[in-house]
Design a protein around this ligand. Structure first.
Ligand SMILES: Cc1cc2nc3c(=O)[nH]c(=O)nc-3n(C[C@H](O)[C@H](O)[C@H](O)COP(=O)(O)OP(=O)(O)OC[C@H]3O[C@@H](n4cnc5c(N)ncnc54)[C@H](O)[C@@H]3O)c2cc1C
Length: 300
């Protein structure tokens, strides 16, 4: 499967967009803010909280980084005016971290002030390990302005437990995910079991520190293990929520979680940059090709 994945990944940029669309379409809530808002409304009506994200990353000009920043500010206004159950998640390189830390800091300052104006929440996504330290710096800067800001911890990184020990308290809110980028074995666990075991340790450490976790995963076995721990230790529902990416099939699990009274949040990405973004994602991690194909055939 991996040679096949790599073949698809390397040829995709040269193929017409109609061919690539099946790989991206189920996971993208359209190209415009209007289409995304319509998907968010539908999800809210079904009882799901949401997080919205404009697709894109690694912008290389200040003009573009500031343009994306104003689009996000406009989104905060729209979420407030339409009373959506939705917060915002932003990749630091999408608002300038690849240009300079100062550029990203300035843009995040505007964003966090906008979140504060509306009493909303700002999540800072975590990208590859080149940006981890600077992302925590941005997080800490935002936190001095407004308390409703959260970051992301990746369970494949060896450093993550220390990061939680250093940062977590009752005012800390972190999404915990496995991590999507390719990282070397000198800094990251490579085996699925180690990544999952570390995920559970991170979850337990967060709860022990009364910090709030977003358990971001589609891995049913990991969700089972989290639930066994949550139920046996009577972990308060005020301390966590489950999070998934829009469009990933979950075989009714999300509805079961909602029925059991758990909070479930769907991460809704949209935007005109869907093609470049999807190709970059596939190149970064060709394993996604097999997810998409598996899900594609499962639906038929
Ligand atoms: C809400 C949310 C936010 C995230 N934010 C970040 C972030 O900020 N930084 C970061 O590094 N990573 C992020 N991720 C990605 C995460 O790190 C994992 O790479 C990804 O979720 C796959 O791991 P898994 O736990 O779902 O388990 P896996 O065992 O990898 O996946 C379980 C099953 O889910 C399905 N699946 C998983 N991912 C996909 C996909 N992309 N497309 C289609 N099907 C899929 C497949 O059927 C797969 O068999 C986020 C994930 C979620 C759910």
């Amino acid at each position: 499967m991996s040679i096949f994945n790599s073949m698809i990944t390397s040829t995709l940029p040269f193929l017409p967009k109609w061919f690539a669309k099946p790989f991206a379409k189920p996971y993208v809530a359209g190209k415009t803010e209007d289409t995304a808002v319509s998907h968010i409304n539908t999800l809210n009506e079904k009882g799901f909280a949401t997080t919205v994200d404009i697709l894109g990353e690694h912008v290389l000009t200040k003009v573009e980084a500031r343009n994306i920043t104003s689009q996000y500010c406009h989104l905060y206004d729209r979420i407030a005016s339409e009373s959506l159950d939705c917060n915002i998640s932003i990749k630091p390189t999408h608002v300038g971290l690849d240009i300079s830390l100062a550029e990203a800091m300035a843009n995040f300052t505007s964003l966090v002030k906008k979140a504060q104006e509306h009493g909303n929440f700002l999540r800072i996504d975590m990208e590859n390990s080149l940006f981890t330290d600077q992302t925590f710096e941005i997080y800490q800067h935002c936190k001095t302005i407004y308390k409703n800001v959260g970051v992301v911890i990746q369970s494949y990184l060896h450093r993550s437990l220390d990061d939680i020990l250093h940062l977590a308290n009752e005012d800390f809110n972190s999404r915990i995910c496995k991590g999507i980028y390719k990282e070397s074995e000198s800094i990251a666990f490579q085996s699925r079991e180690e990544i999952k075991d570390n995920y559970l340790s991170l979850a337990k450490t967060m709860a022990a520190k009364n910090a709030y976790s977003g358990f971001a995963t589609h891995d049913q076995d990991l969700i089972d293990r989290l639930l066994i721990w949550i139920e046996s230790e009577n972990i308060s529902k005020d301390l966590f929520e489950f999070q998934v990416l829009y469009g990933v099939p979950m075989s009714g699990r999300l509805e079961t979680l909602l029925e059991a009274g758990y909070k479930v949040r769907v991460y809704v990405p949209y935007g005109p940059d869907w093609f470049d973004y999807s190709v970059r994602r596939l190149k970064e991690n060709p394993k996604i090709v097999s997810y998409v194909l598996k899900n594609f055939f499962r639906k038929r």
